[in-house]
Design a protein around this ligand. Structure first.
Ligand code: AMP
Length: 496
């Protein structure tokens, strides 16, 4: 442990508590958004498959889920707070969701007053252009501005979701059919969206022009499927067909698929954080295995930030693949020195910071015989507020580690995400307010290093980041936002 550490750490606590944007563990102002979507058309067990698909996508949102099905004319819905496996497991629920088509949505946790059943998607509305259910993954960056304009002209909102503006834009569109109304509506929104819409005749999938969030197309016995990640196809033994392209809209009707490119072309900006953390490691995005990408990040990290130690230990589960890469590259043995209790959800997805603190304790335990007397390299994918790393380092020290070196398989998180990943505001991101050395002290590590931005790109198969035209959206690591954030200051007033 660094000398005088206790004093220094107290100092840092003091700085944190007196900073103008001081750290407040009870703060609940930030709203969270990251979702999973799934839809299927042309299958007599549409609802059952949607339940399974949402279950595979549970990591993208655990607060609640909703399914809307359709039997050519009538729509049926079921919405619930809680996990899919707990809340959609009854045969009676699945049976009540009649029809050959269904779409579903997993919702990320939100806080306080935002926890209302109306905020669970899919949204549903009957409009001049017809009836439609809508499930959205992403975040619209001009939703507050649009919402204010729409309210002025008579729209009545019934949720606090950014996605609801799409419904009102659809309802007020002067275009003829549903597809044209949807294109008209989406032309007015900015930000990230991978959406699935269900009408009595068709299922529509659409991705924003930059393609920030994923959207996959699959097939099962002639039925088409749209979903956030390939792991949702695997669970129902469906075949992966292709990805919906950035800016593409597909209309699936009567077993046929029609592809449109209705929006102005924009450079592709897929979220690099999906590779770092968010998507499941057994998913494949853009022909790239998430697991391999993470392992490569570990390899690059070992090349860039080596340290002599006895053992490489991942913070499970998020650090496992990169720790394997780090161990292979460095030749230092990989061990499961921290055991995760799988019956607790991702700490971040719990609704309050106080529970998040508790969650870390509930979730991880040190595997003492592996750690005692050893120089340990701990690997995690990211540090956001520093809560997890701080607890884990202390836990590993308490288990008798001689030295603890923290290695993070992504660059420091310095910018909040406005495109659909839950990150706290900038003032709460540890790396935006402290140097790496101060962060090392704060988390009580003997050393702390992050992967560089170029090394992250190398792990993704690029030679480096193209600074004139970055290949991904990496705003959380660079503070460079590829899509204008119109409502930067106010978009947290409603859930965006
Ligand atoms: P923190 O304790 O605030 O530093 O959070 C870091 C931990 O949260 C790491 O173990 C990450 O795997 C995980 N994490 C990072 N970003 C997110 C996110 N957007 N949602 C959920 N968990 C995250």
């Amino acid at each position: 442990m660094p000398k005088n550490f206790t004093i220094k750490r107290n100092n840092i606590d003091k700085i944190l508590n007196t900073h103008p944007f001081s750290y407040n563990p009870d703060d609940q102002e930030h709203l969270k958004e990251e979702c999973g979507v799934f839809g299927i058309i042309g299958n007599s067990e549409a609802a059952a498959h949607t339940v399974l698909g949402l279950h595979a996508l549970q990591h993208r949102g655990q607060e609640g889920a909703g399914i809307i099905s359709c039997d050519t004319e009538k729509f049926y819905k079921h919405m619930a707070f809680g996990k899919v496996g707990d809340k959609f497991n009854k045969a009676s629920i699945i049976k009540s969701l009649e029809g050959d088509s269904a779409i579903g949505h997993n919702r990320y946790s939100t806080s306080g007053g935002q926890k209302q059943i109306a905020n669970i998607q899919p949204l549903f509305a009957e409009m001049g252009c017809g009836k439609m259910a809508l499930a959205h993954n992403g975040n619209l960056t001009n939703a507050v501005t649009l919402r204010k304009q729409l309210i002025k002209t008579g729209s009545i909102f019934s949720t606090t979701m950014d996605s609801e503006v799409v419904i009102h834009l659809l309802a007020t569109s002067k275009k003829g059919n549903v597809t044209d109304c949807l294109i008209d509506a989406l032309t007015q929104v900015q930000g990230a969206y991978s959406m699935i819409a269900l009408t009595p005749e068709a299922m529509i999938g659409v991705r924003d022009p930059h393609g920030v969030r994923p959207l996959m197309l699959g097939m099962l016995d002639g039925a088409y499927i749209l979903c956030s990640e390939t792991c949702a196809l695997d669970i129902i033994a469906a075949e992966f067909v292709r990805e919906i392209e950035p800016g593409e809209m597909v209309i699936i009707k009567d077993g046929e698929i029609q592809s449109l490119k209705p929006f102005e072309k924009a450079p592709s900006k897929f979220c690099i954080f999906e590779y770092v953390y968010f998507s499941r490691p057994d998913s494949i995005i853009n022909d790239r295995s998430l697991y391999n990408a993470r392992k490569n990040m570990g390899i690059e990290l070992a090349k860039e930030m080596p340290v002599g130690a006895d053992v490489v230990i991942p913070v499970p589960d998020s650090g496992v693949a990169s720790a394997i890469g780090y161990s292979q590259q460095s030749g230092i043995p990989f061990e499961l020195g921290i055991i995760r209790n799988h019956y607790v959800g991702r700490t971040f997805i719990e609704p309050t910071d106080s529970i998040r603190h508790l969650g870390v304790k509930l979730k991880h335990n040190a595997n003492k015989p592996i750690i005692e007397g050893k120089k340990v390299i701990l690997i995690d994918d990211s540090i956001v507020r520093g809560t997890t790393s701080r607890k884990i380092v202390d836990m590993v020290r308490a288990a008798g580690a001689k030295e603890v070196h923290m290695r993070i398989s992504s660059p420091p998180t310095i910018g909040p995400c406005f495109y659909g990943v839950d990150t706290p505001t900038k003032d709460k991101l540890l790396a935006s307010r402290m140097s790496v050395d101060d962060m090392a002290e704060y988390i009580n590590a003997d050393s702390l290093s992050f992967l560089s931005v170029d090394a992250l790109y190398r792990a993704m198969g690029e030679t480096k980041r193209n600074n004139d035209m970055p290949q991904y959206c990496d705003a959380c690591f660079t503070d460079e936002y590829p899509i204008e954030v119109v409502d930067k200051n106010s978009n947290r007033a409603i859930e965006c």
